[in-house]
Design a protein around this ligand. Sequence first.
Ligand code: ATP
Length: 260
Amino acid sequence: MNKENAITPVFPVGKGKEDVVIRIKDLKKRFGDNHVLNGFNMELYQGENLVIMGKSGSGKTVMIKCLVGLMQPDSGSIEVMGKDITKLDRKALDLLRADIGFLFQGSALYDSMTVRENLEFPLRRHKERFRDRADTETLVLEALKSVGLSHTTELMPAELSGGMKRRVALARTLIMNPRIILYDEPTSGLDPITAKEIIELMRIIQARYRTSALIITHDVDCARVISDRMILLVDGINYAEGTYRELQRSADPQVKAFFK
Ligand SMILES: Nc1ncnc2c1ncn2[C@@H]1O[C@H](COP(=O)(O)OP(=O)(O)OP(=O)(O)O)[C@@H](O)[C@H]1O
């Protein structure tokens, strides 16, 4: 990227260094000769929606897997809420992961369980975390209400539309009261109207719960509506950073290519 077109990273208004919830420094990962991440840097601030865009195969999933400890990077550091995740043992990593909500492609609800049972599942797994919170039924109903699906408790996933499944998956994430939510292609496979509804819901959730969100998407509309800030991942690095408007105005051909 030449200097003239370089985009200065924005430091979100009202946010300071102490508000960083995820900090990735110089992350590198390769598979044989395939150098996927070549020194990727990223900071996610408290309460912001950060969108990461990158072409198919650019390493977004690899980055997320490193971030949640599912894949070991070759080098670099990853701090989540002040803890270097590459140095945590299994138990500590499990505890930290409970603060992170995931909404991955395909929703991944358990088909043989009702909506209620799907939501109860993570609560049972992390019992100690919810000792001081309301009873399970109240938590399930609250979470479903926040995604507008209070009436679906006894339905099976097969009885839900694609958009409803995505909402239930989001409710299952919210029930854990996460501080950070990772969305991997939250609108993929949805029709444009349903996609808009999901994006709106993500906005409402962020405003209501002040969660920080990392959103991986190809969907330019989604990025426009949801992002406080964006990073474009090209050749394994954070090639450009800025607000949607800043990046959209860039004269850099590689940046322009994202907005066509
Ligand atoms: N476990 C693995 N072993 C070998 N190569 C891998 C592995 N996981 C990912 N890769 C390679 O890393 C590169 C980046 O893959 P990744 O899944 O992160 O892309 P992506 O940006 O998420 O793509 P998409 O948008 O299509 O989901 C690809 O070339 C892929 O083949």
